[in-house]
Design a protein around this ligand. Structure first.
Ligand SMILES: [Zn+2]
Length: 272
């Protein structure tokens, strides 16, 4: 058994409508209403559970969500949870020019600033080769987009050269901390059914509970100072079986005396 306390970070990507805009001209009101569920039902349920268990969490909020659902965003801020940057409108930087990416980053910052929030963390599913350097420039403390480790924060490299013609040429280590996530801990993978493009998304919560608790127990038994980051979405985990899973997982981590910490608090105590 690990002598040091294990840490779990509960993180929620409050995408609301923005994640569905990736479907472009094919986005339908039906899709958008799934995002509406996140704001209308998911966030209040998640906040209630966190309050009942006296837990602090991290919410990655796109500027588009903050501008579209200011009253819901305000309840997150007022409850003392961390609000982190998740691009302006769930736009993946890999498709943007440097100027466009900078503008998107700033637009997201401006939206969160209207709530008095200066985020220290960032997450996106599709970084560009400029993203980490931009985050450094704007004073971010950590990123949580990658999967290069599972239980330990690390410094991701900037400027790696990877090609088939030669072996890896390593870039420099970023000053940012990476708080990595895992697809096994992403509720979207397990529970988000979709017709087209097809996603199964019909996992039993008992299956996901087994995966999550196995990771948590193994980390606790084998890894010193392990940090487990759970990636959830109010529009997904906020459904009844998701909430039941989340509460049982919280209780499991409590039984192992895990610390529940906001990601910014973990990153800020890691040192340089
Ligand atoms: Zn998202």
């Amino acid at each position: 058994m690990s002598a040091s306390p294990s840490t779990v970070c509960l993180s929620f990507d409050f995408d609301a409508l923005s994640v569905w805009l990736e479907y472009g001209d094919n986005v339908s009101p039906n899709m958008l209403q799934r995002g509406e569920f996140g704001a209308r039902v998911g966030v209040p349920r998640v906040l209630k559970l966190l309050k009942e268990h006296k837990l602090s969490a991290t919410f990655f909020v796109p500027g588009h969500t903050a501008d579209s659902f200011p009253e819901v965003t305000r309840t997150i801020v007022d409850a003392g949870h961390e609000v982190a940057h998740h691009t302006y409108a769930h736009i993946e930087p890999i498709g943007l020019t440097l100027d466009e990416e900078r503008r998107d980053l700033e637009r997201g910052l401006e939206a969160l600033a209207r709530f008095g929030v200066r985020p220290t963390g960032f997450r996106t599913g599709g970084q560009s080769s400029h993203t980490l350097a931009l985050l450094e420039e704007y004073g971010f403390l950590y990123d949580s987009s990658f999967k290069g480790d599972d239980f330990h924060p690390y410094h991701p490299r900037i400027g790696d050269v990877v090609s088939r013609q030669q072996s890896l040429i390593k870039g420099r280590e970023s000053k940012l901390w990476e708080l990595p996530t895992q697809y096994e801990f992403d509720d979207w993978v397990h529970f988000n059914f979709n017709f087209s493009p097809y996603r199964n998304g019909t996992s039993a919560p008992s299956k996901v509970y087994e995966i999550w608790t196995t990771h948590a127990r193994w980390m606790h038994e084998h890894e010193e100072n392990g940090v487990l980051t759970v990636l959830m979405h109010p529009q997904v985990i906020g459904r009844a079986h998701g909430m039941d899973l989340l509460e049982r997982f919280v209780q499991y981590c409590q039984s192992l005396n895990f610390q529940f910490r906001r990601m910014t608090d973990v990153a800020s105590t890691l040192g340089a």
